[in-house]
Design a protein. Structure first.
Length: 122
């Protein structure tokens, strides 16, 4: 069950990364009419919040695996764009820092609130 939970959270993080990072040009920050960092924050908060309720778990590995999946999606987009045009993403370490700077705190906050509510139910 734990390996299944890790795989599911990794896939959810990867999908969040795809939704927020793959549907816009590398030099624009708007996807689906919203700022990508706002989408990252909202989806990174919602995912561990609901996964914590769904699996009735209180582990903090969920935000970790969501962020790893998110990082994998961002890196795959960066490498894809660099393969197409080597002059793009010349500051990619900062892109990674910014995306993780948004994803990590919001996913930890979502899991913390999920744990707090689950603790009240028990």
């Amino acid at each position: 069950m734990k390996n299944k939970l890790k795989a599911i959270t990794f896939i959810v993080g990867f999908i969040i990364g795809i939704i927020t990072y793959w549907f816009n040009s590398y030099n624009q920050s708007i996807a689906f009419g919203y700022n990508i960092y706002l989408l990252m924050a909202v989806l990174s908060f919602i995912a561990p919040f609901f996964i914590g309720f769904l699996f009735k778990t209180r582990t903090y590995n969920i935000p970790l695996f969501i962020c790893v999946g998110f990082l994998f999606a961002v890196l795959s987009r960066i490498f894809f764009d660099i393969f197409k045009d080597s002059t793009s993403h010349n500051l990619f370490p900062f892109e990674i820092i910014f995306t993780l700077g948004v994803a990590v705190p919001f996913s930890l906050t979502g899991m913390y609130i999920s744990n707090f509510i689950n603790k009240k139910k028990l």
